[in-house]
Design a protein around this ligand. Structure first.
Ligand code: FAD
Length: 423
């Protein structure tokens, strides 16, 4: 590292989560700045510890920036370019070079081979210490004041709750969905899009799914047609209603509209996206011809689990006990609608314990994604969930944290090299 720590420009990273740690390490490893990581809580990296059900879904094996960026309902355009600078490939390499191997699961999610988030915590702590990051927990900030320098660049006076006053050349805000920090940022002139929850399950009370918790459908097409959002993917019946990748991704896409509608709207499900209505009709006609005496309820078609097939038929008592011979064209129409366009009333928001994020935060328009620097207060940079950026479930939210904090660190180092804010 070399050089006298005290003579180096000082950078504060506020927030000791994934983004704060990664940014602080990147800054400190340059040897060019003195870095202090300030965390208001008792512990660093609390979310990383509990993430991915304790396994930490570090990133996603979607290596091309274009399709990768499509997994971000908010931030797609900006991250598309940011991923060119630091994407999942770089994340994989970064961890690998530090002895942490990642594995890819069938759905593309990547976890440490140890299947333990502790592995990620250990490497982040080790790297922070090795590179000389000053780690301070239980350090709450009271205020932040920019002090314009004679060269026209801002330095910052940071007053801690304890009364201590510290000065920094640059600041990375990596405060996640911390409301207080959004309050200061607003006071400094930033626009904060209203924070609302993202990534949740749908509460649905409907006789078609009652007592079927655990039942899953491999491929469905789910829509929030009132808001124009559609998502393909597996679906899972829970005790509360519906979950699974299709629902969680849909909740992220429609997070804002669902919040405004107080989580009351209709969900439409195509349980058989691989079949057109015409194909379904033909298959039913064939059944009627070949198996006229067979009971419809005992002949589930199109890969629909038998228990759900029966529920569909139960919802119209006249069809339940019919044989194929007695299945009328009205019954066929009813079955096609239930398979292709089943309507469920969403009555609320459930929980998803493996991952949860907030959509909303610092307006993307006020940030240069080339450096993550604020366009409102130069010298302040942003990383992670503090921004109005969020991804669907699958490791995308951590990738946002790694990418934006890397770029923020690089942006600060480049500015300091140019002599901006080095005083
Ligand atoms: C249960 C759960 C599981 C998840 N699992 C996954 C997963 O497997 N994969 C994935 O990609 N994403 C996952 N996520 C989402 C992911 O954890 C977040 O997107 C990510 O942690 C955001 O990182 P961050 O550093 O921006 O914010 P955070 O991790 O929230 O860190 C912000 C830090 O700043 C501190 N802070 C806030 N305000 C202040 C202040 N005023 N002064 C000082 N410090 C402050 C906070 O205490 C906190 O430690 C999960 C989320 C949850 C809740």
């Amino acid at each position: 590292m070399g050089g006298d720590v005290e003579s180096k420009p000082k950078v504060a990273v506020i927030g000791g989560g994934a983004a704060g740690f990664f940014g602080a390490i990147e800054l400190a490893s340059s040897g060019a700045v003195s870095v202090t990581l300030l965390e208001k809580g008792k512990n660093f990296l609390s979310k990383v510890r509990i993430s991915g059900g304790g396994r930490c879904n570090v990133t996603h094996h979607c290596l091309d920036p274009e399709p990768l960026s499509k997994h971000y309902p908010r931030g797609e355009r900006e991250l598309r370019w940011a991923f060119e600078t630091f994407g999942p490939r770089d994340t994989i390499r970064w961890y690998e070079e530090r002895g942490v191997l990642l594995k890819t699961e069938a759905d593309g999610r990547m976890f440490p081979v140890t299947d333990s988030s502790e592995t990620i915590l250990e490497v982040l702590f080790r790297e922070a210490k090795r590179n000389g990051v000053r780690l301070k927990t239980e350090t709450e900030i009271h205020s932040i004041t920019p002090i314009p320098s004679p060269q026209g660049h801002s330095n910052f006076r940071v007053q801690l709750k304890s009364g201590e006053i510290l000065e920094y050349s640059k600041i990375i805000f990596a405060t996640g969905s911390g409301r207080k920090a959004w309050g200061w940022l607003q006071a400094l002139g930033h626009t904060i899009s209203d924070p609302v929850p993202s990534l949740f399950t749908f509460k649905i009370s409907d006789p078609r799914i009652e007592d079927l918790a655990g039942l899953s459908f491999e491929r469905t097409l789910c829509s929030l047609s009132d808001f124009g959002y559609t998502q393909e993917g597996p679906l899972l019946v829970t005790h509360w209603g519906l979950s699974g990748p299709a629902i969680l991704k849909l909740s992220a896409k429609g997070a804002r509209e669902l919040h405004e509608a107080e989580y009351s709207t209709f969900l439409k499900i195509d349980f058989v996206p691989a079949y057109s209505r015409e194909e379904i009709r033909k298959t039913i006609d064939t059944e009627k011809e070949i198996h006229p005496a067979k009971s419809v309820r005992n002949t589930p078609l199109f890969g629909i689990p038998k228990r759900y097939w029966e529920r569909i038929l139960e919802s119209d008592p006249t069809t339940f006990s019919k044989t194929w011979a007695g299945f009328s064209s009205k019954d066929t129409h009813f079955l096609i609608e239930e398979l292709k366009n089943a309507k469920f009333q969403i009555s609320g928001k459930g929980e998803f314990k493996d991952e949860f994020v907030t959509c909303g935060g610092v307006s993307r328009k006020e940030v240069s994604f080339k450096t993550m620097e604020s366009k409102v207060v130069p010298g302040i940079h942003f990383a992670g969930e503090v921004l109005d950026v969020d991804g669907v479930t699958g490791g995308f939210n951590f990738q946002n944290a790694w990418t934006t904090s890397y770029i923020a660190a690089r942006g600060i180092l480049a500015a300091i090299q140019k002599g901006q804010g080095s005083g």
